[in-house]
Structure formats: C-alpha cells, structure tokens
Design a protein around this ligand. Structure first.
Ligand code: 5RP
Length: 230
C-alpha cells in the first residue's frame, strides 16, 4: 500500500469510530494530510454532527468547502472527541505534532476534548520521540532568547521558513515556528513542562501531558487500535 492508501485506510477507521457517537454532538478536527482524508471521508456524514471545531484555517476552509458547519471554539462547551494526525508517537501515546504549524490550536482543542483519537500510519511509531524536529510556536521578538534556552536543553532551534523566500513561516496566530533538532526525548512529560516555562514560547509540539487516548494506526495488513490511559 502506498502512503496515501494508508492515510485513507486509517481515516476511514476514524470515521467509523466517530460515527458511533450519538447524533447532534460537536467534533474536533485537526490539520494535515491524514486529517484531510478524514474530512473528505466524513463529509457525506456531516449532518450527524451539530458542528465541528478545527485546528487551523486550512482545515476550516476545507471543512466549509465540504459542507460542514464550523463553530468557533468559544461557542463549544462539550467536545467528546478530537481527531488528528501526528508526526511521531511513542508506545505510551505521547506525540510530537506541529509539522503543519498548527500545534497551538491543536493543543487547545485536544485539551478541550474528552478523547483524543490519533490517526497515522505505522511509520510514525517510534520507541523514543525526537527524530522528527520538535516544533515550538514562539512570539517573534523572543526568537534569540528561545534559541539560547533550547541550546541549554541540548537542542538546536531552526526558524521555519517559507520555501526559499527568505520569509519566516507565520502561524495562524501570527507566531513563528522553531523546529528543534537533536533532542532525544526520554521524559516527554517533564520536557513539555520545561519548554512551556521558557518566556516567548506560545506552545510546544509535545503532546505528552495530554496524550492520545486512542491510536488508530494503519499498516499493510489493516488498522490496529491501541488504547492509552491518561
Ligand atoms: C499539523 C500536525 C499534523 O497532525 C502532523 O504534522 C501530521 O500530519 P500528516 O497527517 O500530514 O502526516 O501536527 O500541525
């Protein structure tokens, strides 16, 4: 199976899972190529949900184009499920996210949700997080300070740019992204707290304190479901 088929397969499994919810509830939907498959496959069933909240402008646009009723997070008090992809996931269900730059809104919506369903293919499963550069959303004027602070933690921050334009990538919140290389993340919960403490960091793409409750992971033989307790 090629990578797109694996994404489609796991997205279909997530659709089957969320359609077990009683009708009339709100659903949280993430960002990225796997989340895009989820949006597309769920579109014929959008009437099952009272509405959706989305973790990025890109997902919001796609959802609206496909007929979903997109709510602002401020309008939602009860969010049973959030479905999103990941860049890496370890055996405990801790994740690195933010490859698409949407980590801050992903954190907010996953924190609001009762259950986080992570959808990915088996290439995202790792023993120890950190091969994938860890994204941080930062306040632009704090860049040099955050870079230095990250160095003391053993990492190397690289400002994310837009292709070869020489311009920094700007998040939906007006922030910049530092991609941190060189970390072997053996204590994700502690590292998440430490990085959150650095002034100028808006959020860190470590999802360890709020990890996945359910991992749906696709491989050549099908989709495996792995439950994690918080
Ligand atoms: C976006 C994310 C995505 O969930 C993550 O990058 C995985 O994306 P994809 O499904 O395209 O591999 O965190 O900020």
């Amino acid at each position: 199976m090629n990578p797109e088929e694996l994404k489609r397969l796991v997205a279909q499994a997530a659709c089957d899972e969320v359609l077990k919810l009683p009708p009339g509830q709100c659903l949280g939907i993430g960002t990225g190529s796997t989340a895009n498959w989820f949006i597309d496959l769920l579109a014929p069933h959008q009437g099952h949900f009272a509405g959706v909240v989305s973790s990025s402008m890109a997902s919001t646009q796609r959802l609206i184009q496909r007929g979903f009723y997109v709510l602002d997070t401020n309008q939602v008090t009860d969010l049973p499920v959030y479905v999103d992809g990941a860049d890496e996931i370890n055996p405990a269900g801790h994740m690195i996210k933010g490859g698409g730059g949407a980590l801050t809104r992903e954190k907010i919506i996953s924190a609001m949700a009762k259950r986080f369903i992570c959808i990915c293919d088996a290439s995202k499963q790792v023993a120890v997080l950190g091969q994938f550069p860890l994204p941080l959303e930062i306040i632009p004027l704090a860049q040099p300070y955050v870079m230095r602070s990250i160095t003391t933690l053993g990492g190397e921050g690289h400002l994310r740019m837009v292709g070869t334009t020489g311009q920094p990538f700007i998040t939906d919140n007006g922030g910049w992204i530092l991609d941190v290389r060189g970390l072997s993340i053996t204590q994700p919960v502690q590292l998440e707290s430490k990085i959150n403490q650095i002034p100028g960091v808006v959020s860190v793409g470590l999802f360890a304190q709020r990890k996945a409750d359910l991992l749906l992971v696709s491989n050549a033989t099908g989709v495996e479901a792995v439950a994690h307790t918080q």
